[in-house]
Design a protein around this ligand. Structure first.
Ligand SMILES: N[C@@H](CCC(=O)N[C@@H](CS)C(=O)NCC(=O)O)C(=O)O
Length: 242
């Protein structure tokens, strides 16, 4: 059984009640976390395109996994029923339906892609800090590592990241925003903001051990940017639910 969350926005709720219309809206499947799907959810919301926000439990995932393209989530079902993978492809696809979130001007587009590259670099740089707690063997540690040593190891790599890598990313983002104003690529949000916002917020949400929730406070330009994104009217209902 797949748990479905009927989107809260009245228009979408109405669409979902009509089976013919419900079948014509996009369906985004992921786990009940922000993770790699959040940027796509934000793009749908900013574009005002109705979508079904399906959140699978880990038990439901076991059943669903074999029928996914690459054995991974998120999966996006298009109105014609075809099922597609890869969150960054989904992000650009949603933006191309909308036309505003991903500019067609080559240089403006380059800047969006550049900012997306920076967000992706931050995710990639954090990767080992996340996966080492799940699978220390992958990083050369013994399979019988005791819990105490594992905790110390995770603490060490995460504190090292926060001290040596995190500040550089915050400084780069600050410099971009100082040049562009409200959002990463100018006065209006683009898919670069859809990608960057969840990336930055991950560190502020208290979901990663050894990362202080006030870690962005030392970077007021970035903090103000996060607040500005969260205040976007199209995202209000979404963030109220959290
Ligand atoms: N590049 C893919 C990566 C997808 C991915 O890594 N999915 C993970 C969750 S974030 C997954 O499905 N893990 C469950 C599994 O592999 O069983 C994307 O961005 O969509």
């Amino acid at each position: 059984h797949i748990q479905r969350r009927t989107p809260k926005e009245p228009e979408v709720a109405q669409l979902a009640k009509d089976p013919a219309m419900a079948a014509s809206i996009h369906k985004l499947e992921y786990f009940d976390i922000e993770g790699r799907a959040e940027k796509v959810r934000l793009a749908f919301l900013l574009a005002g395109i109705p979508f079904e926000d399906v959140r699978l439990s880990f038990a439901e995932w076991q059943t669903r996994k074999p029928s996914t393209k690459f054995g991974q989530l998120p999966m996006l079902t298009l109105p014609d029923g075809s099922e597609e993978a890869q969150s960054e492809a989904m992000l650009r696809y949603v933006a191309s339906l909308d036309g505003k979130l991903y500019p067609s001007d080559p240089v403006a587009r380059l800047h969006v892609d550049e900012a997306m590259g920076l967000a992706a670099d931050m995710d990639t740089a954090w990767g080992p800090c996340f996966y080492i707690s799940r699978d220390p063997v992958r990083f050369g540690h013994p399979s019988d590592l005791d819990e105490e040593s594992k905790t110390a190891l995770v603490k060490q790599v995460r504190e090292y990241f926060m001290a040596t890598k995190f500040p550089g990313f915050m400084e780069h983002i600050t410099r971009i925003l100082e040049g562009t104003g409200a959002f990463l690529c100018g006065p209006e949000p683009t898919i670069a903001d859809c990608q960057m916002l969840p990336t930055i917020r991950y560190f502020m949400r208290g979901i990663a051990d050894h990362v202080p929730t006030d870690c962005v406070d030392a970077y007021p330009v970035v903090k103000a940017y996060v607040d500005r994104c969260l205040a976007l009217p199209q995202l209000q209902t979404h963030y109220e639910k959290k």
